[in-house]
Design a protein around this ligand. Structure first.
Ligand code: SF4
Length: 447
């Protein structure tokens, strides 16, 4: 059933606001699917909603304050005489739990990262006036049966969760504490979901997890991630595969080889380095050196010379000297990221790095960030300009930015807009790139 029609018979409205990462976006989609069974259809208007949910993230600094501020604002939507339900889920809910109910008397629901499956029951209770908080981690057997699968939303590209949680405990990161330890989903369940999505017309699968590269490594009788990619590629109807996110230390040679021997695997990888200094990487507990990271990049480019690499860098980690920072700039010059997500370090309470001394002021960190972003802007521009004149296969996913345009993704993940008829949505079209913008390409369809 088309996405819009799927909600046509529902008589209550759900407004959901999602913070942070792709895992949260996926969880929000799952919430929408689950609550449709209770009669809730999604809306973009909080003032019209019967229920407002915040799906929160605490990976970046200041997350709790942002959520508190938003919750304070939401109070105005609690209408007189009609009990509008307000709930908070995700990482901040996991950290704060019951405390949130105490701080915000008009809040009805708090659900942690392992408790999404309880939400329908919690919402039914809230409709009867009950307030409830659920944040307990559940055991692994139960987790294996509760991996998210999102049904009934017709789209060409879909995320499929293959693992959850993380065992790496990078010193700055809150994820292992709020998402729990790493668990790999059964490959049989993953493949069943991929086959079902292919039957629904999905053509591109993005395999999702906090560290997909370690998929299956701690589970008996399951394939590793490279083998899983081969198995997904065997599913008829699936024409493109991508994955995110990769930890460099778990990037095996077999996985790198997939970029050469699995034609359906797109030439795009997100490989966060976080720093180019060995001293900083050690403090971050990342488990690799700069040289080891660059060696993986070298192998990737050998197998797939046109691979588009994106990354994450944290600027101003405790102890980062000017020399350390310059090593990060030289790593960027060597890797030549197509895009880079860069952040100023801010301590997350409860992590090891929060105990380290910070020598840099926030404004000193921002100066470094600006230098880094300037360099990245130049690298992105140079890489993108090289695409002008090339022909890219575009999976057309919808209308473009301008009237008469359609839009889709090239194999490298870049958005391409070009003139064309919306009847081409769902097709793969050869497009010549005629202009490169910072975040997209303009193209023309080959005759
Ligand atoms: S690999 Fe490190 S940064 Fe990534 S989720 Fe795990 S602990 Fe956090």
């Amino acid at each position: 059933m088309p996405y819009k029609d799927q909600f046509a018979m529902l008589d209550k409205l759900l407004y959901i606001e999602t913070f942070g990462c792709q895992m949260n976006v996926n969880d929000s989609e799952r919430i929408v699917t689950m609550l449709a069974d209770l009669g809730y259809a999604p809306t973009n208007d909080p003032s019209a909603a019967d229920m407002i949910l915040l799906n929160t993230c605490s990976v970046r600094g200041g997350a709790e304050e942002k959520v508190y501020k938003r919750l304070a604002n939401l109070r105005i939507y609690k209408r007189d005489g009609k009990s509008q339900i307000i709930g908070v889920g995700g990482c901040v809910a996991q950290q704060e739990g019951e405390e949130l109910l105490k701080k915000f008397p008009y809040l009805d629901l708090v659900f942690g990262t392992h408790n999404l499956h309880l939400l329908p029951d919690m919402v039914s209770g809230a409709e009867r006036g009950e307030r409830r908080s659920e944040t307990a981690f559940i055991d692994n057997d139960q987790r294996l049966d509760l991996f998210p699968s999102i049904k009934g939303q017709s789209r060409l590209s879909r995320f499929v969760t293959v693992m959850q949680g993380c065992d790496n405990f990078c010193s700055y990161c809150i994820v292992p504490y709020v998402r729990g330890r790493e668990i790999s989903r059964r490959s049989a369940d993953i493949l069943a979901e991929v086959r079902q999505l292919a039957d629904e017309g999905v053509k591109e699968i993005v395999l999702l997890g906090q560290n997909v590269n370690s998929y299956g490594l701690k589970t008996d009788n399951e394939p590793d991630f490279s083998r899983l990619i081969h198995l997904v590629a065997e599913v008829d109807g699936i024409e493109r595969i991508r994955f995110t996110t990769s930890h460099p230390k778990d990037m095996s040679d077999d996985l790198i080889a997939c970029f050469g021997n699995v034609p359906k695997l797109c030439g795009q990888i997100h490989l966060p380095a976080q720093s180019g200094s060995d001293a900083v990487l050690k403090q971050m507990k990342r488990g690799y050196t700069c040289a080891a990271y660059l060696e993986k990049v070298r192998k990737l480019k050998m197998v797939r010379p046109d691979i588009a690499i994106t990354g994450d860098i944290i600027v101003g980690f405790p102890g980062e000297s000017e020399a350390d920072f310059e090593q990060t700039l030289s790593l960027m010059n060597e890797v030549r990221y197509m895009d880079l997500f860069s952040f100023v370090y801010s301590a997350r309470p409860g992590t090891k790095a929060a105990e380290l001394n910070e020598e840099l002021t926030r404004s000193q960190k921002i100066v470094r960030l600006e230098r880094l972003m300037e360099l990245q802007k130049r690298i992105t521009r140079e890489i993108c300009l090289r695409y002008v004149g090339t022909v890219q296969k575009v999976m057309v996913e919808g209308e473009g930015k301008r009237p008469g345009q359609i839009s889709g993704k090239a194999d490298n993940g870049r958005i391409v807009n070009f003139s064309g008829d919306s009847s081409l949505i769902g097709s793969f079209i050869d497009v010549r790139i005629i202009q490169a913008y910072p975040n997209s390409f303009l193209g023309e369809q080959l005759k």
